[in-house]
Design a protein around this ligand. Structure first.
Ligand code: FES
Length: 349
């Protein structure tokens, strides 16, 4: 009984703290949230908002869920993600996994990547409730299309964009889900997923069930089934390999694009710095520029965040991002992924 009382007191204190945070956000001078940090081009690419972090809680081994609150937030649909600008300036993308009908908060979840580039560690260790964070988006490159049937394949944290899709599917829709992870304890939202999916769910926890049986999952699909996959590269590649004819594949890619490094070299002149350098095959403009100008701004290195955008004075750009507008593409490029179709590019740097 004392334990129960202590638990109730702790839960009550947490609730009061949350309410107080919520009152703070509603009373904040940032309400409604102003747009911040216009993009380099000066045109609105996506709104930047400053939101209050009102929940930072562990929901599975190595996974925290964040709730960011503001007022009248831009709408989103299942599959969308947010750019989170961390206090260090790093920008990281996280899929929205809350309720799209909730227009006053966004929910995302982040796995700790111990050998990563520091973003997830910062999310886990440096963020805390009560902090204000800048976000950009939401953007959706992984929308739920209309289809006669669906197969979902989620690996670990890859469940996050898929979860709102499962909630949004109309009754009577034919679908199945394979949810794979290292261990059950490391798989976020497993109980909710179980409740939504019932017998349409196959759980494949590596330590208990071994490798997921993708062949069985992808067998006998109705024509035009939409197959959605989000997870580690090995999993997405395995699904891609086995995709049956007649099905359509929808992949969420947060990994660097393989084609960001090309097969031919070219020259880049940095006009203002008076330097010319070579971008070798197998490397990026950003890597070459940073060897000359180490302070060059960049963050995601995946063509998502726009931090590395540079003005192009001459040369035929080979755009490989999914962010810039046609107008922006006319005179600038994201040097972390885009390349050059000609022999020479001149940047205004
Ligand atoms: S560093 Fe993010 S788009 Fe290039």
């Amino acid at each position: 009984m004392p334990k129960l009382r202590t638990a109730a007191l702790v839960a009550g204190a947490a609730l009061l703290a949350r309410r107080s945070l919520r009152r703070r956000v509603q009373a904040s001078p940032l309400w409604p949230m102003p747009a911040l940090d216009p993009p380099v081009s000066g045109r609105p690419r996506s709104r930047a908002l400053r939101l209050l972090l009102t929940a930072h809680e562990t929901v599975a081994d190595g996974v925290v869920r964040l709730r960011l609150e503001g007022g009248r937030l831009p709408a989103w649909e299942p599959g969308a993600h947010l750019d989170l600008v961390l206090p260090s300036g790093l920008v990281r993308q996280y899929s929205l996994c809350g309720d799209p009908a909730d227009t006053s908060s966004y929910t995302v979840a982040a796995r700790l990547v111990t050998d990563g580039r520091g973003g997830s560690r910062e999310v886990h260790e440096q963020l805390s409730e009560g902090m204000e964070l800048q976000v950009r988006g939401p953007r959706n490159r992984f929308p739920l299309v209309e289809a006669p049937a669906y197969v979902f394949v989620a690996g670990g944290i890859g469940i996050t964009p898929i979860l709102p899709m499962l909630r949004a599917l109309p009754d009577g829709t034919e679908w199945r889900l394979l949810y794979a992870g290292r261990t059950r304890a490391s798989m976020p939202f497993l109980e909710e997923v179980r409740g939504l999916a019932g017998n349409r769910l196959t759980v494949a926890a590596g330590d208990e069930d071994g490798r997921p049986d993708l062949d069985a999952l992808l067998a006998d699909l109705p024509e035009r089934t939409a197959v959605y996959c989000c997870g580690p590269q090995g999993l997405t590649a395995a699904v891609e390999e086995r995709l049956p004819e007649g099905a359509t594949l929808h992949l969420e890619r947060f990994a660097p694009r393989a084609d960001a490094v090309g097969t031919t070299a070219f020259e880049v002149e940095l006009r203002r710095s008076g330097r010319t350098l070579t971008v070798p095959a197998g490397s990026t403009v950003l890597a070459a520029v940073r060897r000359e100008l180490p302070d060059t701004a960049y963050s995601c290195e995946q063509g998502f965040c726009g931090t590395c955008q540079q003005r192009v004075l001459e040369g035929e750009i080979d755009h490989r991002d999914e962010l810039l507008t046609a107008e922006e593409r006319a005179g600038s490029m994201l040097i972390c992924v885009s390349r050059c179709r000609s022999d020479r590019l001149v940047l205004d740097m």
